[in-house]
Design a protein around this ligand. Structure first.
Ligand code: ZN
Length: 319
């Protein structure tokens, strides 16, 4: 009889024992413009035993499912700013996690700028948008049956994500990772806009949210292994100086990556106008004239692994 890893008392197979490297999956690399190719902003970071979502725009949740994860796998959400293309699927994530989790998993931990606490209450509170649905699912016998079938013990609790409003300068520490919030320069004073940097033993990744060029982003991203940066415009095509200040352009991004001395620059938040053969190559080429690290044209479901301070793998969808 052949020995197998299922044998009682046997050690787990080699790859189950090895800690997973820091893994970043681009869930949504699009903009508010409708697109079937690029979902609204969303990024999935697997670090240690935690699964962190940064932003969760329209269709990002579908990409989460396509990446092989489910809402119940997600432990933390970090929102950079409350433009809808960055958090429209937040409601879906919270409700699906609540429904499928059947009160057997810890509450979702949510971090973002104000008024995310009020918005969460307005979505899931007694008088919230989903209040009637939640009441029905807690009280109707058919829903109680489903809850019990999933292993829940009635009475069923309400969804209760643990929301903490944060600001630039705040630091959140998890099991083997640390996330620092910085200032993104975007649409202030109407929205508070944050960028996030994650540090762990494998390396570091900075996600700018939406931001034009700024010293604050350079500071936050300093020396990062991976910088994920909005690349909304081909330089010179911005409609106004205010637009450039809020969203930047590809030459601004080249300078930011160079000044911050990051190793890899991932371009995201890509408009269809620049997502064209020839234009893509020109943008990457022109960035490389200024920045001597690696430049990656992001795409939905691209997976980037970082180990020992180096990008150790890049997989595209279908690869
Ligand atoms: Zn925005």
């Amino acid at each position: 009889m052949a020995a197998s890893s299922a044998t009682l008392g046997a050690s787990p197979p080699e790859d189950e024992r090895r800690p997973k490297p820091l893994t970043i999956t681009l869930l949504g690399t699009g903009t508010p413009a409708p697109s079937l190719e690029r979902a609204g902003s969303g990024y999935l970071i697997e670090v240690g035993g935690d699964v962190i979502v940064m932003d969760h725009g329209p269709d990002a949740h579908r990409r989460l499912l396509e990446s092989g994860h489910r809402a119940v796998d997600v432990t933390h959400v970090f929102l950079t700013h409350l433009h809808y293309d960055h958090f429209m699927d937040y409601g879906r994530l919270v409700l699906q996690r609540w429904d499928q989790g059947a009160a057997k998993i810890p509450e979702l931990e949510v971090y973002g700028p104000p008024p995310i606490a009020r918005i969460t209450e307005q979505l899931f509170g007694e008088d919230g948008v989903y209040g009637p649905d939640i009441r029905a699912r807690i009280r109707h016998q058919s829903s109680i049956d489903t809850f019990a079938a999933r292993g829940g013990k009635p009475p069923r609790p309400r969804p209760a994500p643990r929301v903490k409003e944060i600001h630039a300068g705040d630091v959140v520490e998890g099991k083997g990772w640390k996330i620092t919030a910085g200032t993104a320069v975007h649409v202030q004073p109407y929205l508070e806009c944050l960028a996030f940097r994650l540090d762990c033993a494998d390396g570091s990744v900075c996600y700018t949210g939406d931001s034009g060029a700024s010293d604050s982003i350079v500071e936050l991203a300093r020396g990062c292994d991976v910088l994920i940066h909005m690349n909304h415009h081909f330089s010179g095509t911005e409609p106004s100086a205010a637009y450039r200040a809020a969203c930047g352009n590809h030459k601004d991004n080249a300078l930011t990556a160079k000044r911050a001395r990051v190793k890899t620059l991932v371009l995201t938040h890509l408009l269809a106008q620049i997502d064209q053969p020839g234009v893509r190559e020109q943008i990457v080429h022109e960035i490389q004239q200024v920045f001597d690290g690696r430049v990656i044209w992001g795409e939905d479901l691209m997976r980037i692994t970082v180990a020992a301070g180096k990008v150790s793998g890049i997989e595209s969808r279908g690869a």
